[in-house]
Ligand binder design. Structure first.
Ligand code: ADP
Length: 295
């Protein structure tokens, strides 16, 4: 029998992880925590130990990228944060104001404030773009007029305001991902989780979507956790990049990205950008051979 998970409701002091580079990092200026994990371990029923010894504080309003070899537990970490899975051992506080349940089990208050975007857009082919985006609101019994208003507004934010009546099979891969992001934004999440959302797209489309996503992050007051295999995507998007070891995943590097808050395409060729991707690459090379490479 595994130990019962413990989901804590108590407020946790923020640790100085990500501050505003423009302000002096006094203790009072620290934003509250969105996520706090202590001693997190996750073991699947077949005995696979996906994560171990995860201690992590994520400040509200920060953008954190998670890198690591395939199979190291990145998706599992997002699933724990989202409440889709419960940790086997350890404590996890997510959106502390919203977590009501003291123990394991689905926590609807938390789920409604979290948006989750996967690598596959997971759109319903028989629904129009508008009705795909409105779906989570319909499921929450938002009035049809309000659901439509919010869906249209979210679609406009991803520059798909003129595609509302189209069906998913009439869209490119990049457009489908934008619909998926709009669907998450329409729920006005406090925390947005993205699991390799742009991995299947060509590089130019990916760069454009990275820029769009960073812009959306700046507009909305939300916290973002973003799983990626791309070092340059992590540096471009994030305020902070975590590198995980091979399974069981542990955090082996916690790197504060030193770039201006506002990200623009030219930054990708700046020496500081290149230097920071090299730092992440070195950590991945040291800790990150995949299960396949070792077998
Ligand atoms: P990543 O996202 O880093 O590629 P995952 O979090 O998907 O890794 O998976 C971590 C490890 O847990 C992998 O070895 C994977 O095969 C295993 N795993 C994932 N889901 C399950 C499951 N439901 N049952 C057993 N093992 C699983």
């Amino acid at each position: 029998m595994g130990q019962s998970p413990r989901i804590e409701v108590a407020a946790v002091r923020a640790s100085p992880d990500v501050g505003d580079p423009g302000k002096s990092p006094t203790a009072d200026a620290q934003p509250p925590l969105c996520i706090s994990a202590r001693g997190l371990r996750h073991v699947f029923p077949d005995g696979t130990v996906a994560l171990d010894g995860i201690d992590l504080d994520i400040s509200e309003g920060s953008f954190t990228a998670i890198l690591g070899p395939s199979g190291c537990g990145k998706s599992t970490l997002l699933r724990l944060v989202s409440g889709l899975e419960n940790p086997t051992v350890g404590s996890l506080t997510v959106l502390s104001h919203a977590v009501a349940a003291p123990d394991a089990g689905r926590q609807p208050e938390r789920a409604t404030r979290i948006g989750f975007v996967f690598q596959d857009a997971h759109l319903l082919p028989w629904r129009t773009v508008l009705h795909n985006v409105a779906l989570p609101l319909e499921l929450r019994h938002t009035s049809p007029a309000e659901a439509e208003r919010r869906a249209r507004s979210a679609l406009a934010e991803v520059e798909l305001g003129d595609a509302t009546a189209r069906f998913p099979d009439e869209l490119s891969g990049g457009m489908r991902m934008r619909v998926s992001i709009a669907r998450a934004l329409a729920t006005e999440p406090k925390l947005l989780l993205l699991d390799e959302p742009f991995a299947a797209l060509d590089e130019l489309t990916r760069h454009r979507l990275d820029e769009r996503l960073r812009g959306l992050f700046a507009q909305h007051r939300m916290t973002v956790l973003f799983v990626t295999h791309s070092l340059s995507e992590a540096v471009f998007l994030a305020d902070r990049a975590l590198v995980m070891s091979r399974r069981p995943g542990r955090i082996v590097l916690d790197h504060r990205v030193d770039l201006p808050k506002e990200r623009a395409a030219f930054l990708r060729t700046e020496p500081s950008f290149v230097r920071q991707t090299a730092i992440l690459r070195e950590a991945l090379e040291k800790h990150g051979s995949t299960e396949d490479e070792r077998s």
